[in-house]
Design a protein around this ligand. Structure first.
Ligand code: GLY
Length: 275
């Protein structure tokens, strides 16, 4: 029987921002601890994503950027290699949209948006609390940064071969309240199928036009090109260089890897093959 080695990879957003590598590693460690203690990939991906949503250095959850009308709206998505998917769009007062997205995985519907999403989350008992957010110029505590279209993303693989991709964002700076980015759109900001998953970060419009995560997934899967080469191909050929974009990917074996045309903190962990 093939032994599948648990692994995780996460990124902290493509584009300018504070040095957030150490913050990201906390989330990867959380996922690693869950996987090491026998937890599954779903739990590992969600709990790591919650750590990133709760850390104001990232443009997701608590640290989400403010839209042009002053609102703070959060998006999140989750997909399992077995085809289950959940996503939420433009949620108000929702610091952990990934938990709401995960709650959709076993529902008849896949996705919810804005007020309807919030009402559904209230009925399920998901936390409702004000998200202060930050202006594009960036002020939370002493953090001062220019935020663009960054996102957080986690991919986890467990010993059963289950692979899960989770992404979350406050959207893109200088965008209006009804705008939809790549994060909640299957194939654009994320794609997981069988035991291979890809997640994107950066300017959502460029990622969506390229259907970037799915295109890179298909290239790895069908053309048997390495994760790194496929992601480099996707960014080089499908994304115009003025758009900051990054990708992470994880397959059925080996460690995950990240590629970006700009700064993108990413970190990875893989269990020892001898346990
Ligand atoms: N990548 C996040 C966004 O554009 O909404």
């Amino acid at each position: 029987m093939e032994i599948i080695i648990p692994a995780v990879i996460a990124h902290g957003g493509a584009g300018p921002g504070p040095n957030r590598q150490e913050n990201l590693e906390v989330a990867v460690q959380k996922a690693a601890n869950i996987l090491k203690s026998g937890g599954n990939a779903l739990e590992a991906a969600v709990e790591a994503c919650v750590i990133l949503e709760d850390d104001p250095v990232f443009n997701a959850g608590t640290g989400s950027v403010i839209r042009t009308d002053g609102s703070v709206l959060t998006d999140a998505s989750i997909q399992i290699g077995d085809g289950r998917v959940g996503f939420v769009i433009a949620m108000e007062d929702t610091p952990n949209p990934i938990r709401v997205a995960a709650d959709l995985l076993d529902e008849e519907i896949n996705g919810l948006t804005s007020e309807g999403a919030r009402i559904w989350a209230d009925n399920r008992g998901h936390q409702r609390s004000k998200v202060a957010g930050r202006s594009p110029e960036g002020q939370i505590g002493d953090i001062n940064t220019e935020i663009m279209g960054d996102t957080v993303g986690v991919i986890a693989r467990d010993s059963s071969g289950m692979i899960v991709v989770a992404t979350s964002t406050g959207g893109c700076s200088f965008r209006p309240p009804g705008r939809v980015g790549d994060v909640p759109l299957p194939g654009s900001g994320f794609w997981a199928e069988d035991c291979l998953a890809v997640a994107a970060t950066g300017i959502g419009e460029a990622i969506t036009r390229a259907l970037l995560s799915n295109k890179v997934y298909e290239r790895i899967k069908n053309e048997e090109v390495s994760l790194e080469d496929s992601m480099e191909w996707g960014i080089r050929t499908l994304i115009s260089p003025e758009h900051s974009v990054g990708l992470i990917a994880l397959g059925s074996t080996g460690a995950g890897i990240g590629v970006a045309n700009t700064d993108m903190p990413w970190a990875t962990w893989e269990a020892e093959s001898n346990g």
